[in-house]
Write a protein that binds this ligand. Structure first.
Ligand code: TXA
Ligand code: MG
Length: 330
């Protein structure tokens, strides 16, 4: 069923967003990472609409965003290390996966015994949650498996006609999703790399590998994906064409070379049909904040393929490479 999607500016829209949440509705909201599609986290019927609007499988649990720190212990059992992480990084781009309490609906945790919790630092998001007064479940506001939205226009492109309301808070500062950490007795397990880096987390406990039995977020190999085929490779124009051989075609009986775009880290991109630079000064924070917008523009450029140049895998670079690998996995 098609619905009219209203976009409201942050100031005047805050009250309406909170009222919609209270009425069991869906709202797209800005956070400091990406835009989220929110519903009352304690109301499974409200949350069911999230899965419907995103065409998201019910097996994929939602992150619960809390309005204030006192909600942490009401929703989860909190080990000491998790409390220290929350004190240091909240409000901010860190999600903690913790043993759940019964108050959290099964639909939100996808039946798992853990719940993912975060407190956003975005002033507009915080204002809506303060007015609503309850936790809000919110995945990224994109269709399932697609590129996360980092501005209100992206949300409209993904979910326009499927959700009633978008609160426009401008572009998201970080531009990639929160770091997700599972805290267990033996250390910290990074389930998704993000703006809070492995280096920063190391001060709070042993950083361990993945845990068996815990599905990594966006657990599917292919995720954050443009529709255009994408490969990670050094940007050598002639060789790049060989990466997309199936696209080699003919127009008007003449053979044509495929049109390849470049998502560039440091190269000029000469010879490519389209180029998007993640950061002209090779700054990883700037690169992260540009990543999804640049991928979206390349995806809309009518290309036969996209080559993504690898970025250095330190600090935020780990989060960027994790997303490029998933975007390239088909
Ligand atoms: O920055 C963010 O985290 C954004 C903003 C809106 O807060 N949200 C976000 O949500 O990226 P989503 O649903 O697109 O990605 C959250 C990931 C999902 O892949 C899900 O599988 C995982 O978190 N997740 C949620 N609950 C989990 C749990 N209990 N255990 C393991 N993974 C979980
Ligand atoms: Mg997502």
């Amino acid at each position: 069923m098609r619905v009219e999607t209203r976009v409201a500016a942050a100031g005047e829209g805050i009250h309406d967003a909170a009222a919609l949440l209270a009425a069991g509705g869906l709202v797209a909201l800005p956070t400091e990472t990406v835009y989220g599609l929110g519903a009352n986290a304690l109301d499974p019927v409200a949350c069911a609409q999230i899965f419907e609007a995103k065409a998201r499988p019910l097996s994929d649990p939602l992150i619960v965003h809390i309005p204030s720190i006192d909600w942490l212990d009401r929703l989860a059992i909190v080990p000491e290390a998790a409390r220290r992480l929350a004190e240091k990084f909240w409000p901010g781009p860190l999600t903690l996966v913790l043993p759940r309490r019964a108050i959290v609906p099964d639909l939100v945790t996808a039946g798992q015994e853990t719940v993912a919790i975060r407190m956003s630092s975005h002033p507009v998001f915080q204002a809506v949650l303060a007015a609503f007064g309850k936790p809000v479940a919110a995945p990224s506001a994109n269709r399932f498996g697609r590129i996360s939205p980092t501005c209100a226009e992206h949300v409209l492109a993904e979910l326009g006609g499927r959700i009633p309301f978008v609160l426009d808070g401008g572009p998201c500062r970080h531009g990639i999703e929160s770091t997700i950490v599972l805290v267990t007795g033996d250390g910290l397990h990074i389930l998704r790399h993000g703006p809070v880096t492995e280096e920063e987390l190391a001060a709070f406990g042993q950083v361990r590998g993945a845990v068996s039995g815990i599905s990594a977020p966006g657990g599917l190999l292919s995720h954050y994906a443009p529709r255009t085929p994408m490969r990670i490779a050094a940007p050598v124009e002639q060789e790049s064409r060989l990466l997309f051989p199936q696209q080699e075609g003919s127009r008007d009986g003449r053979p044509t070379a495929p049109a390849i775009g470049l998502l560039s880290w440091s190269s000029s991109g000469e010879g490519f049909a389209e180029v998007e630079h993640l950061s002209h000064k090779q700054d990883l924070r700037e690169a992260a904040s540009n990543l999804y917008g640049a991928m979206r523009r390349l995806d809309q450029a009518g290309l036969d393929g996209i080559v993504a140049e690898p970025v250095p895998e330190t600090g935020l670079g780990a989060a960027i490479m994790e997303r490029l690998r998933k975007a390239a996995a088909r």
